[in-house]
Design a protein around this ligand. Structure first.
Ligand SMILES: Nc1ncnc2c1ncn2[C@@H]1O[C@H](COP(=O)(O)OP(=O)(O)O)[C@@H](O)[C@H]1O
Ligand SMILES: [Mg+2]
Length: 315
């Protein structure tokens, strides 16, 4: 039987990122677990769940949120984005308190609230988690992603940051050179090294690096999952276009999950729509897989393993 991972062309690692993307409920977590099981036979594998739905906790019977090793040697980490956002914003508040004690007359808690609910904070936290995983010593990192919109915004964030950083660097370089000229004119010694500027350079390199990993087909593999229904297929199409146009990458694998056997689909009157979606999937010219509906929801790891018998992959 062809394995999923034979289709991913895992040419380069360390770590090689496998991003499982799709609409909520299509089976991202399930697929991420299946892929992680396969990969863990090839190398040290981290299954990183950033999906707020928390299904992974139930499927794998996790007892804690930090790193946990389950059978088969897979390392699993479930990250609660909500908790991470809270902890990061309160750290920022402490920093503000320390740097600007005069601000404590204001109600800092309300400042924290504003940051917490600001657009983009979730994406920032996700990006940090991806960065952390990328600097780990795992061979493979399989990411069970949050809702598609958040995921796509996170993927483009390093580029957005780079634009901002380039602008900030330009301004800071001007300040530093003017400071130098003034000091020279006044015959004073001045240090040309500027800590803020060095920090900005470092940040720019960092984001450039993560962007190059995310937009490299040899370092990252995108797996798009949908069910044979209009909305999940719509999101798959949108994600495909996004990856192509913004990151210049093609997904390695498209998966149609919860496919009903033809005979039953005909009885239910959904055979034609199911076949249409399957035809559409083929038309992308990318390897694809079909996973049959188990007939009941998958409740635990052994149900998920039972799904292996229901997978057909096509190169
Ligand atoms: N092939 C399948 N057959 C039956 N149930 C499935 C299948 N794939 C997923 N499920 C069920 O669908 C629901 C959503 O799956 P999940 O993997 O948590 O999706 P997501 O992570 O995309 O939200 C769960 O109840 C899961 O048990
Ligand atoms: Mg999930």
């Amino acid at each position: 039987m062809t394995e999923f991972t034979e289709l991913l062309e895992l040419r380069e690692c360390c770590p090689h990122l496998v991003m499982v993307v799709g609409k909520g409920g299509v089976g991202k977590t399930t697929v991420a677990i299946l892929i992680a099981i396969e990969l863990s036979r090839r190398g040290k594998t981290l299954l990183l769940s950033l999906d707020p739905a928390k299904h992974i906790v139930k499927y794998l019977g996790l007892t804690r949120e930090d790193l946990e090793e389950i059978e088969g040697g897979i390392h699993v980490r479930y990250v609660s984005i909500e908790r991470e956002v809270s902890s990061i914003t309160s750290r920022y508040a402490d920093l503000v308190r320390e740097l600007m004690p005069s601000l404590s007359v204001l109600n800092l808690d309300s400042v924290v609230d504003v940051i917490k609910y600001s657009p983009g904070v979730e994406e920032e936290v996700l990006l940090r988690k991806l960065k952390e995983a990328l600097s780990s010593d795992f061979n493979y990192v399989v990411v069970d992603t949050p809702p598609t919109g958040v995921t796509l915004r996170t993927l483009i964030l390093p580029r957005l940051y780079s634009i901002w950083l380039n602008k900030l660097i330009e301004i800071r370089e001007r300040i530093v050179s003017l400071r130098y000229v003034i000091a020279r004119t006044m015959k004073r010694n001045t240090d040309v090294r500027d800590r803020a500027l060095l920090k900005l350079y470092e940040m720019r390199d960092d984001f450039k690096n993560i962007d190059s990993v995310l937009s490299s087909e040899s370092r990252s593999s995108y797996v798009l999952v949908a069910t044979p229904e209009p909305l999940p297929m719509y999101e798959l199409r949108e994600t495909y276009e996004f990856l192509k146009n913004k990151l210049s990458v093609k997904p390695k694998l498209l998966i149609l999950n919860k496919v009903i056997p033809d005979e039953l689909a005909a009885k239910l009157g959904v055979l034609a729509i199911q076949q249409n979606f399957l035809e559409e999937l083929k038309s992308f010219g990318v390897s694809y897989a079909v996973i049959e509906h188990l007939g009941r929801p998958t409740e635990n790891l052994s149900d998920i393993k039972a799904l292996k018998e229901k997978i057909k992959v096509f190169k």
